[in-house]
Design a protein around this ligand. Structure first.
Ligand code: NAD
Length: 461
């Protein structure tokens, strides 16, 4: 199929979509909470009705197994919708605030209001979840959405367009398919909010474009997320949970452990366990396994393959050129200046560095851009405090990987170069809402001293 035929590159068409949504929004169509709930229920039904097609599209685009696609995409998304529906009545409420002594007689309150017409730009690695999760927050908060999925997962992109066009009025949600050119045209429009998930470099472009019109943004970006294994860690469990986080989607996960810092006393035990776990998860030849994802494109496959020269391969290193697959690989003796330690890996390669003192790790991480995630394996409360209190990062886990992003109770997002803003659960609603402060003054009495007057001037003199 030639997917490019669906790309929208006509500026007038895109401008018209935005115009139509503005009109719909200003008619007040999204203000009614009942309608927002209907929208979320429609979204839930749409996903459930198309489950099989979604699984097939993800298999074609990324060789995602059904179990993985269900748990990391469909299941997470349905849970986000369920949680939002459960709490929306509380979130939309106007909240009263206390009255300051200087404001006696008045009342203050905060009203969450939708921004208006929002743009959601999605990446390819979780092409359903990362496109629709922000949409859940946008709809709950009463916005309309223009959604641009990634061109690198064309089957999911096509399906999103088909499903959403059938289920929703385009004045509420429209999918615009395309690549960079389409994004560039979208970014020229006067949106009220932009929610971008993708790479740091493109995030900078999005922020620059948004700044030209002072459009507020959320940027969910990437980077190099460290994983630290201390000498007192439960090594067997650590190996399992590290490979769980690195193996899912063949390492193409924004919060995958990017590199390992392991205490020198447990390094060889960890390598042995990792090797064992890889075989348990994906068999002796992961690069041939149907349970194991493939790299999204030839370009990314070649980029990853070139990283294999940056250290000594102690586990893995097998490639399946025809299917763009690379077995989970541990690289030892890696130079910190090598490309594999400079760029976000975004694939199943795990460079390993050893340390003696925790302070070396803290210094290393703090000398680099703030990571999106950080993982620490240790039994010691003191070590946990030392890391959590001395390194800035978006979020993470102690004695696990990835799981912090799968609970709607924890806000998810980066800090510094790994992102701006947060979402999931209530923070999605907050992200897509402007909190308007209103002071309602009494007319029952007035404080005359606040007004300028001759008398007052004399008194001051
Ligand atoms: P990307 O930045 O290349 O593309 C993301 C989106 O931006 C796509 O829809 C793409 O079409 C569009 N785009 C590409 N170039 C553009 C340009 N010049 N101007 C405007 N739009 C443009 O990212 P990707 O390769 O799709 O995804 C991988 C990256 O995303 C990794 O860095 C990963 O860490 C990050 N990521 C972050 C999160 C998160 O939640 N923080 C989640 C997934 C992925």
């Amino acid at each position: 199929m030639n997917h490019e035929q669906y790309y929208v590159t006509d500026e007038a068409v895109i401008a018209h979509i935005v115009e139509k949504q503005k009109h719909y929004f200003h008619e007040g169509q999204t203000r009614d909470v009942k309608k927002r709930i209907e929208g979320l229920e429609t979204l839930r039904k749409m996903v459930k009705d198309h489950e099989q097609e979604i699984l097939e599209a993800m298999k074609t685009d990324l060789n995602k197994s059904e179990v993985e696609a269900y748990t990391t995409e469909i299941g997470v998304l349905l849970e986000e919708i369920r949680f939002t529906l459960k709490h929306i009545h509380k979130w939309v409420k106007t909240k009263k605030v206390k009255t300051a002594l200087t404001h006696v007689g008045s009342k203050g309150y905060v009203v969450p209001e939708p921004y208006g017409v929002t743009l959601v730009i999605a990446p390819w690695n979780y092409p359903l979840n990362l496109a629709l999760s922000p949409v859940v927050g946008a709809l709950a908060a009463g916005n309309t959405v223009v959604l641009k999925p990634s061109e690198l997962t064309p089957n999911v992109s096509r399906l999103l367009e088909k499903m959403l066009a059938k289920a929703f009025d385009p004045s509420l949600i429209t999918v615009v398919e395309g690549s960079v050119e389409t994004s560039e045209i979208l970014l020229k429009q006067k949106f009220d909010y932009i929610f971008f998930t993708g790479s740091v470099n493109v995030g900078k472009i999005v922020m620059q474009e948004a700044a030209k019109q002072l459009i507020p943004v959320t940027l969910e970006l990437g980077g190099k997320s460290p994983c630290i294994v201390h000498e007192d860690a439960n090594i067997e469990l650590a190996a399992k949970r590290i490979m769980f986080g690195k193996g899912i989607n063949a390492g193409q996960t924004c919060v995958a452990p990017d590199y390992l810092f392991v205490h020198k006393n447990v390094k060889s035990a960890l390598i042995d366990q990792l090797q064992k776990v890889i075989h348990e998860f994906y068999g002796e030849y992961p690069e041939q396994s149907d349970r194991y994802g493939r790299i999204v494109s030839k370009r990314h496959f070649e980029r990853l393959r070139s990283f294999l020269q940056d250290g000594e391969i102690v586990v893995g290193g097998q490639v399946n050129e025809d299917e763009w697959k690379l077995s989970p690989t541990i690289l030892d003796h890696v130079n910190e200046d090598a490309p594999v330690m400079q760029e976000e890996i975004f694939g199943p390669i795990l460079p390993l560095m050893e340390y003696d003192e925790l302070s070396e790790v803290i210094q290393f991480v703090n000398n680099r851009p703030k990571p999106l995630a950080l993982y620490l394996f240790t039994e010691s409360d003191e070590v946990q405090q030392q890391i959590v209190n001395n390194i800035s990062y978006g979020g993470g886990c102690i004695n696990d990987t990835l799981m912090h992003l799968a609970t709607p109770y924890l806000p998810f997002g980066g800090v510094g170069e790994s992102g701006v803003g947060q979402y999931h659960g209530e923070s999605s609603f907050q992200t897509f809402s402007h909190y308007k402060s209103v002071l309602k003054q009494t007319t029952k009495f007035d404080m005359s001293f606040r007004y300028p007057s001759e008398k007052q001037n004399i008194a001051i003199i």
